[in-house]
Write a protein that binds this ligand. Structure first.
Ligand SMILES: [Zn+2]
Length: 287
């Protein structure tokens, strides 16, 4: 009896710590939540998807937990952003060494990366903005990349993956048009964000992103002052923040310009609705 109880307890603990492979399902690991969305949409009932960087976690600095490393052991496919996100640069080699059979899907393949902008101009030394998934048209390319690799590890369900992907592509095309339509009438097109995650969104919909922070560093008082002046001359009233970053400096800027902060999430697992929510927030602030 005692033994039985401890087995039960152990099973409970294991279950609480790590998602057990659901029998028969393909184990997919995505490095960030928006990519998991694509795997779930296209893989449907044939996949069990887990995410490396948890909600609120910052992919520019996240370190995986031991129990996440264990998940890799049972995974068949790993989907990476592939755009220079620090978390992947630091850990990808290690992940692949833990499971030599792990197939790697590079979600960025075929996407045109944009250079990081600094004060409206491209950096001299090439550095690319990693946040490409926040444009629905890039989402279409991500969907195709994920589909291609799902088929290669699980060709039996090819027809379903094809159909799910086609459906998702059509939705994303419509989403792009919907956002374009909603933003079309705005006269003001410049918005201020704390962390520069919305460059591809801005590029897709002809808005202009001004970023407070760069490369995850805290701003010096001098840099803060420059941002405040710029926001004032552009008559900006909102500082967009995201759940992954401290809002202390953003709040200071907001109070200096007599404005407020609004949260938009670049890493939501609810990809399409999140882009809709962010669009409403941008419209609200740019009216
Ligand atoms: Zn970021």
């Amino acid at each position: 009896m005692k033994f039985y109880l401890s087995v039960l307890l152990l099973a409970f603990l294991l279950n609480g710590c790590a998602r057990q492979p659901e029998t028969g399902k393909l184990q997919v690991v995505a490095s960030i939540a928006p990519l998991a969305y694509f795997a779930e949409k296209i893989g449907g009932t044939h996949v069990a998807v887990s995410v490396m960087v948890p909600p609120g976690g910052n992919p520019h600095s996240y370190e995986p937990l031991p129990r996440q490393m264990i998940l890799l052991d049972k995974a068949t496919l790993f989907i990476k952003a592939g755009s220079g996100v620090e978390f992947e640069l630091d850990w990808m080699k290690r992940f692949l060494s833990l499971n030599h059979a792990l197939r790697l899907c590079n979600a960025v393949e075929g996407i045109r990366l944009l250079p990081v902008k600094h004060d409206g101009e491209a950096h001299q030394h090439e550095r690319y903005d990693p946040h490409y998934w926040l444009s629905p048209l890039n989402g279409i390319i991500i969907a195709r990349n994920v589909k291609k690799d799902l088929i290669s590890v699980d060709p039996v369900h090819r027809l379903e993956y094809d159909a799910n992907c086609a459906k998702l592509e059509a939705e994303l095309q419509l989403l792009h048009q919907e956002i374009q339509r909603k933003l079309a009438g705005l006269k003001k097109r410049r918005f201020l964000v704390f962390h520069p995650a919305w460059g591809y969104y801005a590029d897709a919909f002809r808005l202009e992103q001004i970023a407070v922070e760069e490369e995850g560093k805290t701003l010096t008082p001098r840099q803060m002052q420059r941002v405040i002046e710029k926001a004032k001359t552009s008559r900006i009233g909102v500082v967009f923040v995201s759940p992954q970053f401290s809002t202390v400096q953003a709040e200071t800027i907001a109070s200096e310009i007599g404005g407020s902060t609004i949260s938009v999430d670049p890493l939501s697992p609810d990809y399409q609705n999140n882009l809709r929510r962010a669009t409403s927030a941008f419209i609200e602030s740019l009216r």
